[in-house]
Design a protein around this ligand. Structure first.
Ligand code: AMP
Length: 402
């Protein structure tokens, strides 16, 4: 996929109406935003467009209203918070059809540097189906389109892809640019050695990621629940550990592929086992450490052991690029989070470019306080996985090439 995309730095927006697809999909409780990180993250692009004299028309989805005007999923609270953060009014265009009389009038009245926020794009049923009419409606408001929502880049919706068919100039914002720069470069042209670390629950969720990264990286590390299917494929007894029997052949194939390609594939050599899955997930639980080939029949592997931590950390130490997606164990439980924490620590300690795919590993790194120590933490779980699969993301592809 061509990743050399035009950005907000490559265009002149003075006096122009600029439609910006943001990711304002913030958590809400009783109409109050409980975490405004996504709004804060969108500010650099928005401020740049304001300062350049654009008329800034923002849009986003919020939750899953499934094509209906669900009042609890209105973007009104986002408009209020954004206005505070920007220190200037943000006009909220509260149309149930998103592009309706309020939106049209608000845009009509805009002066250079003004900001309007449209209603939740998923109030329109066409949004997630990439229907033509809504794409045209959105495009009718603007001269220029900016996509700064990486979280939906792996989907072709009206507000990130369809709309680009009806607007001539379509570029990416700073958030998208950063995702492309880090994830794209890691996969397409990494500084070597390139170490990829995969974890999380299921092999089946990451089949294409494993396959693609094996080709691109120098060392592939597999931990978390998915490691046990690999261990079983090696002929080990894995007791009651998480396993996907339908993927044992696949794992064997990947191990063979690593050997054929001369790539290092690291699996756990020891593991923290328990008798049961903790219930609730963070309940205190008795653990024991055993070698990976000696898991008792009545136990389940729940985290990587200390020898594995050392093995994985050493591999990270020698890397120049590290990509990590998926926890090493049941990190929601403090007793079973040591492996995940140690991997986060290893990434924090290295001078390598460190990139964390979204989702649980991003949450774990944030929660453990390593946020500032990483080169890049992706904001999109699904989108970053598809990037790592080497797939073309429609939301990225739709932006103009440089
Ligand atoms: P994923 O959604 O694929 O990134 O997987 C994240 C989930 O995998 C977390 O909720 C972890 O608790 C779970 N997980 C990680 N390691 C294990 C394991 N050894 N056994 C069961 N679940 C695990």
């Amino acid at each position: 996929m061509g990743l050399n995309k035009k950005s907000v730095d490559d265009i002149d927006v003075k006096g122009k109406k600029v439609l910006v697809r943001c990711d304002f999909n913030v958590p809400l409780k009783d109409g109050v935003i409980t975490d405004d990180n996504r709004i804060v993250a969108a500010l650099p692009t928005i401020k740049k467009l304001i300062n350049d004299g654009g008329k800034v028309i923002l849009c986003s989805h919020l939750g899953k209203p499934k094509g209906e005007a669900v009042p609890s999923l209105s973007l009104a609270p986002v408009a209020a918070r954004l206005s505070e953060l920007l220190g200037q009014p943000v006009v909220f265009a509260a149309d149930d059809e998103v592009v309706g009389p309020n939106a049209k009038a608000a845009v009509e009245n805009m002066k250079d540097g003004d900001v309007v926020l449209l209603q939740n794009t998923r109030y329109r049923a066409e949004e997630t189906k990439n229907g033509e009419q809504f794409s045209k409606d959105l495009a009718s408001l603007a001269d220029v389109f900016v996509n700064d929502a990486f979280g939906t880049a792996h989907r072709a919706h009206c507000s990130n892809v369809g709309v680009t068919d009806f607007i001539d100039t379509c570029v990416v914002g700073y958030l998208m640019q950063k995702e492309i720069d880090f994830l794209g470069k890691a996969v397409e042209d990494p500084v070597r050695p390139f170490v990829a670390i995969l974890g999380g629950a299921k092999v089946a969720d990451k089949l294409n990621v494993i396959n693609n990264l094996l080709e691109k990286c120098d060392t592939l590390i597999i931990g978390g629940g998915m490691a046990y299917t690999f261990l079983k494929a090696k002929g080990y007894e894995i007791g009651k550990s998480l396993v996907d029997d339908s993927k044992i052949d696949y794992c064997a194939e990947m191990m063979k592929k690593a050997e054929d390609l001369g790539k290092q594939l690291l699996l756990p050599i020891d593991t923290v086992v328990t008798s049961e899955f903790p219930d609730p997930i963070d309940a205190p639980i008795e653990t024991e450490v055993v070698d990976a080939d000696k898991i008792p029949a009545d136990k389940m592997g729940m985290d990587i052991g200390p020898k594995t931590i050392e093995l994985f950390s050493d591999a990270v130490k020698n890397a120049k690029t590290v990509v990590w997606n998926g926890p090493m164990g049941v990190f929601e439980n403090p007793i079973l989070s040591k492996g995940t924490r140690a991997v986060a620590q290893a990434l924090a300690d290295t001078d390598a470019t460190t990139i964390i795919g979204g989702g649980d590993s991003a949450a774990a790194a944030n929660q453990m306080g390593f946020h500032d120590k990483m080169s890049h933490i992706s904001t999109g779980g699904g989108a970053s996985l598809e990037f790592l699969e080497g797939k073309e993301l429609p939301g990225v592809a739709a932006a103009d090439d440089k």
